[in-house]
Ligand binder design. Structure first.
Ligand SMILES: [Zn+2]
Length: 77
């Protein structure tokens, strides 16, 4: 049996997969967050203390001011 995840509504390429976490008491918190599998998207939805948080930054790399164009070049093998 294969589980299918919902398609990411933002990039339409990745899938939203559920992530689980563990609370301070070691109890598992299932499906605490959903995140897009597309590494260039990383759209995410999570819940914290009952509040839904949409697309919180998971990395600041794409928002840095010193945006180097060396990053954009993909080397050929
Ligand atoms: Zn996406």
């Amino acid at each position: 049996m294969e589980m299918s995840f919902p398609l990411c509504r933002r990039c339409h390429e990745g899938e939203l997969v559920p992530l689980s976490d563990f609370g301070s008491q070691g109890a598992s918190i299932e499906y605490k967050a959903w995140i897009c599998t597309n590494p260039e998207c990383l759209y995410n939805i999570k819940i914290r203390n009952g509040d839904i948080i949409i697309n919180e930054n998971v990395t600041d790399a794409s928002h840095m001011n010193n945006h180097s164009h060396a990053m954009g070049r993909r080397g050929m093998p």
